[in-house]
Design a protein around this ligand. Sequence first.
Ligand code: C2E
Ligand code: MG
Ligand code: MG
Ligand code: MG
Length: 287
Amino acid sequence: AVPAATQPDIAFYVPATQSSLRRQMELQRELRQALERREFSLHYQPVVTLDDGMVAPRIIGAEALLRWNHPSLGAISPAVFIPIAERLGLIEDIGPWILATGCRQLLEWDKSGLPPLRLAVNLSARQFSDRRLVQMIADAIGRVSLPAHRLEVEMTETAAMQDRAVTRRVFGELRELGITVAIDDFGTGYSTMSHLRDMTFDTMKIDREFVRDVDTSPSGRAICKALIELAHGLDIAVLAEGVESGAEVTVLQSYGCTIFQGFHFGRPVPSEDFARLLPKQALPASL
Ligand code: C2E
Ligand code: MG
Ligand code: MG
Ligand code: MG
């Protein structure tokens, strides 16, 4: 029998659980409707290059970041709803929408005279194990005739290492098409040196966890320095993500990093605001 003294706890516990369960189910129902209710949008964060000799950073691309504008709760973080969307099998519909929207946006920026950018799009683990993924991506760029090299797909290190055979195949097929591949949140997963040796990708994105410490802690410094050297040795591009200060930039630059992303250079913003960050490119006189 349950001791009498614990009964109040149980009495409290049960209703609390039921209401949070109800809330969760409601959220799931709303997530199922979010796409057709047009509650999703993409925000774009600038990716910049800053070489030693350059006076000002130059925007070379953007990362598309999904936003869910919930009717009553407001903006909900993708870190919260992407895992739910994956579990509910909704990513099968949201994934293609993200790609189509991002590709269309790139072409719109092109048309308005902005310099040609590369767009990075995140893929979730579940999308990655979908056999139709490469065809879906090829269709998305084919429909709008976007040159393949304008698209980069991002896969977290953790997801990429889940099934190395699948990863090798998908990376290979994407790169065959001319699409570049980035490993996101690099350093927080579990690739060993032997994984890296037989995995071909184009860009290493050093996780913010290490970037944050690069100007303040000896271990943060050592890890960033080693990762940048590793990328250079493997002949792949290296990008520092989550850069928040000039001090971080200075240290990263001294190690040879030239590509950056983070609040220091620009927050993720809606497409209209992103376009305003870029100077219009003068059109050739012949046009
Ligand atoms: P991520 O791909 O590593 O994206 C970077 C995250 O760091 C973004 O959070 C961005 O807003 C944030 N960030 C960028 N610069 C800074 C900085 O200087 N400081 C700090 N504190 N944060 C910074 P966000 O947009 O909330 O996205 C979180 C994660 O959700 C992403 O991490 C990505 O894994 C996932 N995600 C976002 N959009 C998509 C999507 O379209 N599809 C999929 N599958 N996942 C997505
Ligand atoms: Mg990313
Ligand atoms: Mg990341
Ligand atoms: Mg710092």
